[in-house]
Ligand binder design. Structure first.
Ligand SMILES: Cc1ncc(COP(=O)(O)O)c(C=O)c1O
Length: 388
């Protein structure tokens, strides 16, 4: 019994809605067939709405990193100077990819748990007027900060540079008004707030960025955006498309529209606030102290002398079937992370927090049972307008 029972509370892959799971079970179709093209077209059209863009959205068989590489591979020529805001592991990943494409990388480093400061971005752009692209992570999944994309976009817009946003762990969970804010390339991946298995990436490109892409002369093949655009115009992909994932994507996008994008953002805010309230109620410390800077899709919680986070994660998984993520790189052993995006209901947060309380007690951490659940319930009750 319960061999497959779990509460997958990592920041991706995330739980999958039964409707999406069923859609993916549909009989496979030829990737060049008319039937598949119909689904593909629908998925590509609906994808524009989640990026809040009029531009085309390319559907690519890739993980999130593939989407980051695709962005770099199409706008960075060898020797170009680019700026990367580093707020954690995924900002660093942009640095590594840009270097692999022989860019001269200017790094704006920010403290762990802090957001990228638009003023610092402006300073760097003023110091290096020949920067041709700026790369920023929307939600820095390794810490749980939400970077101020709108404010940074306003700064980058004043320059010649294109603004590239990694919204892999944010899109659908947090607002990204690509056209209105002036984001030039935005990418996301299937296994985060879209609630699909890994393997599919989406990439949206502005007119300003297309000019750069069309002039680009650096080496690339699989990642060549022009090939994806040309094929998209014929409702297909340049290479074999991720057929079953596209079935799932169409259904996932339908569910998002049914909920409404604004309501999805509200639900993600609620999930975040429930977790943060619970953590405070339990006397634990949040890595991102300022609520305004905290991601709506993942929350990092600090360990301490009395709390071994790796032991806690083991107990959570084995005894309570709750899969939480650990810290990455320098944060390994120092924090644990709870993912709350995509197909996640507020009730899931109550379950997770109840399990967390029991696990904390079990590992000998002094908590009063019910304090976390109470904090989360109060937030939910408040959001529902239930008098307390
Ligand atoms: C913000 C962000 N960017 C990029 C990635 C990389 O995605 P993948 O592991 O699918 O390559 C992740 C994965 O967690 C992420 O959270």
């Amino acid at each position: 019994m319960f061999n497959e029972y779990q509460h997958l509370r990592i920041p991706g892959p995330t739980p999958i809605a039964p409707e999406v799971q069923r859609a993916m079970n549909r009989t496979i179709l030829g990737h060049r067939s008319g039937e598949f093209s119909k689904v593909f077209k629908e998925a590509a059209t609906r994808s524009k709405r989640i990026f809040q863009t009029e531009q085309d959205v390319m559907i690519v068989a890739a993980s999130g990193t593939g989407a980051l590489e695709m962005a770099v591979a199409n706008v960075v020529n060898p020797g170009d100077k680019v700026l990367v805001a580093v707020t954690g592991v995924f900002g660093e990943r942009f640095v590594k990819i840009a270097k692999a494409y022989q860019a001269e990388v200017v790094v704006a480093n920010f403290e762990v748990g802090e957001v990228a400061d638009p003023l610092v971005i402006k300073e760097k752009l003023d110091q290096h007027p020949n920067i041709s692209a700026v790369f920023v992570t929307h939600c820095e999944t390794s810490t749980g900060v939400a970077n101020p994309i709108k404010e940074i976009a306003a700064v980058v817009k004043e320059s010649e540079a294109v603004f590239v946003v990694d919204s892999v762990s944010a899109l659908v969970g947090m607002d990204l008004k690509m056209d209105q804010w002036g984001v030039d390339i935005a990418v996301t991946a299937s296994h985060k707030a879209l609630g699909l298995p890994p393997g599919l990436a989406l990439i949206a490109v502005s007119e300003k960025a297309w000019k750069k892409v069309n002039d680009h002369h650096g080496p690339k093949f699989y990642w060549d955006l022009r090939a994806y655009k040309k094929n998209l115009d014929n409702n297909t992909t340049p290479f074999t498309g991720p057929v079953s994932l596209v079935f799932g994507l169409e259904e996932s996008l339908r569910l998002i529209e049914e909920e409404g994008l604004e309501n999805s953002f509200k639900r993600h805010y609620l999930l975040r606030d429930m977790v943060r309230s619970a953590v405070k109620g339990l006397g634990l410390e949040l890595l991102v102290e300022d609520d305004q800077k905290a991601s709506c899709t993942v929350t990092s919680i600090k360990g301490n002398d009395q709390l071994d986070v790796e032991k806690l994660r083991k107990v959570l998984k084995e005894d309570y079937k709750i899969v939480a993520a650990g810290g990455q790189q320098d944060l390994k052993g120092k924090i644990f992370r709870i993912g709350h995006m995509g197909y996640t209901h507020p009730m899931d947060m109550l379950t997770t927090i109840a399990g967390l309380e029991l696990a904390l007690k079990q590992v000998g951490y002094p908590v009063e049972l019910g304090r976390g659940v109470k904090g989360a319930e109060e937030v939910w009750a408040n959001a529902k307008g239930i008098s307390q």
